[in-house]
Design a protein around this ligand. Sequence first.
Ligand code: ADP
Ligand code: MG
Length: 257
Amino acid sequence: QSDFISENKGRFRDYYSIGTALGTGAFGEVRKCSNRKTGAIRAVKIIRKDSLDAKEKARFFQEIEILRQLDHPNIVRLYEVFQDDKRYYLVTELCTGGELFDEITNRTYFSEDLKPENILMDTKQNNAIKVIDFGTSQKFDPNKKMNQIFGTAYYIAPEVLKGEYNEKCDLWSIGVILYILLSGKPPFDGNDDKEIVNSVRIGTYSMSGPEWKSITPEAKDLIKKMLTYDITGRITAEQAINHPWIKKKVLEPSDPK
Ligand code: ADP
Ligand code: MG
């Protein structure tokens, strides 16, 4: 990416003026900022150096490395990185639509006929989905076994809890997200993280509640294939994008406005 500058180009504050808070993460805060020269409005993730231990620092550098290599309309764009004695500053594309999480809470759930193309065509871009957080990601390597146990209780795959897993764990997590999007409820639940994780470990879930009545068999089939406990039987990413429910969505003509 041509406008990514990794060299020491100076102090963040000389290039950007800082604005209001957008959110807080595990290691720091995310704020609005604007480029003093171009006026471009961006987001900046500010991380205090003394808040990271060696492992966390390595993971943070990995997040930067991964974001630098990605160029996709649904992945947040990393523009530049600054540092001073105390902090790192990651300047990224600003997403103004808020968290999908809050959107689900507001709407209760998304109906299936909310078509992906309508979401993406919104000129305000509010509904375009962007993945922002690559703090626990790894570059895909078919020969590398993954064993670090991290994730969020609701979305973590059962094999990740056991400490030996591969890229199939993402299909499980996407299955959980899809389940929540369509029903408004998590498939594996509990009163605290321990209970939620236990429910994931058991791995049984239901699609028999009233909220599932109006959901198509194709959508349920895809969820079932993603939330398959045994990873050899679980759907692959390639199979998932070719699944009838996804295919149908992509091929459907968009509604006239
Ligand atoms: P962490 O890795 O610590 O979880 P995130 O990158 O997920 O940090 O950022 C924390 C929160 O800040 C997000 O959940 C979101 O609410 C907000 N945020 C992060 N990046 C952006 C962005 N580019 N635009 C708008 N809000 C953002
Ligand atoms: Mg996060």
